[in-house]
Design a protein around this ligand. Structure first.
Ligand code: GLN
Length: 575
């Protein structure tokens, strides 16, 4: 019989952005490679209900789960390293915790008591953590966002402190990630910030069991011994998370130092060695890529590449499937004009327009679509990129010169992309309603929906199956009133949400359009969903694999990139 689910609580100190998410995901991957069943959870101390309304230029990508939660981008790392889908329970913000507490207060659940951080908020946090526990899970890694000492993080840490006492020995452990900087003047590693950070943690009543030090260089045994002594952990419980060139090396580096062995002995998780061969193989393949392919990404959040994290990774995975390195060229859509398209896009072997919200940069994206269509450059449009493709096609191939999206021109004469207020939801068997008055979170189609692919299309060919499930995050849709006119002019509808079942004959089924493509083009595809969320290094997503495959064949752009040496004339001189 399985034991109760065990927990690893991961906190961070000194600085943010030390790679806590990657370290957590790497450790999770190692435990999974031991044959354990593992899941993960992220607790974010900020007060937004979820990151859905946060600007990607500030906070990075919003990741979406199958069950439609808008979450922190760390969940993307978790899925890519673990290969298992996360759920709504895998992501809690302080805002969500507080709103649950306040809802209970309004319902009278607290029986007239004064509502306080301890015990009401901390109980809610504990409930959120324990909701992850399940009879078929061996371990859950819980990462607390932010750094120790942040005001907002206090209730989370207090909840963890209480859980430690309630769970008892061998059922949970604390891993603390800190920074060990090097001073160039003395060439020494400095352990003081780590000591201070652990002191801060201990002042809340949490003693770390394991310390992982982020560092640009290997940390000597002397320094590790010093950290162990000052921070009161055993000498074999101090590890280094070295800067790595390739993030998928991290599980191997941590394994080499025995991190999962230490965790396993503290939590009694068995002595079985993890099978890290797939990770070694992956890193080896990444180090020996023989080709390269240049991809232009025309987006609106390009100042912060983190805003496109899953997309960036998915392109890398697609390249890996063809033994090719991606030369990324992120282009700000606002910089594009008809006069400079050749300069910006002429050398791209593939052009991608990713997701986004709001009118800024749209006309630049539409120009990029038109360029890809005319020059036969492989094109991949994702969500907003698909909508731009539909607008461009309507304006320049179907004679609807004023075609637009309701999002950008609400009064446009031809709203080829529009806000659909209701549709049949095959997930629930019910009619789903999108209310124009809903708040920002409530008005979107979120999470996984089925999509039936049209035989004989590029999409069907790429996937190799008829029915797929992909994740959505958008308010606007392809307007079904335009299906006829656009297909008559050559647009191919290659994926649609399945119709309503026969049990509901009265239910109007608008057959939402999910994928469009062009027939007379090497590879031109737009999808309403976000395939990047489901790509992982071990299983590159079929659409990214197909897009990169097509881009690699686009030697036309390649030739422009490196003008070939003039050939010797073959004119029989040797004769
Ligand atoms: N802004 C568009 C919509 O809401 C596209 C969204 C996206 O690209 N994720 O429909």
């Amino acid at each position: 019989m399985r034991q109760k689910t065990k927990f690893i609580f991961i906190t961070g100190g000194v600085l943010s952005s030390l790679g806590k998410g990657l370290t957590s995901a790497s450790l999770a991957a190692l435990l999974k490679a031991k044959g354990l069943s593992v899941s993960m959870q992220k607790l974010d101390p900020y007060l937004n209900l979820d990151p859905g309304t946060m600007n990607p230029r500030q906070h990075g990508e919003v990741f979406v789960t199958d069950d439609g939660a808008e979450t922190d981008m760390d969940l993307g790392h978790y899925e890519r390293y673990l290969g298992t889908p996360m759920t709504r329970r895998s992501s809690f913000t302080a805002g969500r915790i507080y709103s649950q507490v306040l809802a209970k207060e309004r319902r009278g659940d607290y029986l007239g008591g004064t509502v306080q951080v301890i015990p009401h908020v901390t109980d809610e946090v504990k409930e959120a953590i324990l909701s992850m526990s399940s009879h078929d899970l061996d371990v859950v890694l819980v990462e607390v966002g932010g750094t120790v000492g942040d005001i907002e993080g206090q209730p989370f840490l207090e909840a963890l402190r209480q859980l430690k006492g309630e769970m008892g020995k061998n059922r949970c452990l604390f891993l603390h990630l800190t920074l060990v900087p090097y001073l160039s003047t003395t060439g020494e590693p400095k352990t003081k910030p780590t000591q201070h950070s652990v002191k801060e943690l201990r002042s809340i009543g949490i003693q770390p069991d394991i310390i992982v030090c982020r560092s640009s260089r290997p940390i000597s045994q002397d320094s590790k011994t010093k950290i162990a002594l000052f921070c009161d952990v055993s000498k074999d419980a101090v590890f280094t998370a070295m800067d790595v060139e390739n993030i998928y090396e991290l599980p191997i580096k941590l394994h080499e130092q025995g991190l999962e062995r230490k965790v396993s002995s503290l939590l009694r998780l068995g002595r079985r060695e993890p099978d890290i061969a797939p990770w070694v193989d992956l890193v080896k393949r990444q180090a020996s890529l023989t080709e390269s392919v240049s991809i232009a990404i025309v987006g609106k959040y390009v100042e912060l590449i983190e805003a496109y994290k899953s997309l960036h990774e998915a392109l890398t995975h697609g390249g890996l499937a063809h033994n090719a390195r991606i030369d990324f060229n992120y282009i700000n859509a606002e910089d594009l004009k008809s006069s400079n398209l050749e300069k910006y896009l002429g050398q791209a072997q593939g052009i991608l327009v990713p997701g986004g919200f709001g009118p800024r940069g749209i006309e630049g994206m539409i120009l990029a679509v038109g360029y890809a269509r005319r020059k036969k450059t492989p094109y991949f449009g994702i969500c907003l990129g698909m909508q731009c493709a539909v607008i461009e096609f309507s304006r320049h191939q179907a004679g609807l010169t004023k075609a637009d999206s309701e999002e950008f021109k609400p009064k446009s004469h031809h709203r080829v992309i529009f806000r659909m207020t209701g549709w049949y939801d095959p997930n629930t068997g019910l009619r789903a309603q999108r209310n124009p008055d809903d708040d920002l979170g409530g008005s979107m189609r979120l999470g996984s929906y089925p999509c039936r692919l049209t035989p004989g299309t590029k999409a069907r060919e790429a996937y190799g199956v008829d029915l797929v499930h992909e994740r959505h995050r958008h308010r606007f849709e392809f307007n079904p009133d335009y299906i006829n006119i656009l297909t008559k002019h050559g647009l191919v509808i290659s994926g649609q949400m399945p119709e309503s079942p026969l049990e509901n004959p009265d239910m109007p089924s608008p057959k939402l359009v999910e994928v469009v493509e062009l027939a007379n083009h090497p590879w031109f595809l737009g999808c309403q969903f976000h395939p990047e969320f489901k790509s992982s290094p071990m299983r590159p997503h079929p659409l990214f694999k197909a897009f990169i495959g097509a881009a690699l064949k686009n030697t036309h752009a390649e030739e422009k990139k490196e003008p070939k040496e003039p050939r010797e004339s073959k004119g029989g001189k040797k004769a």
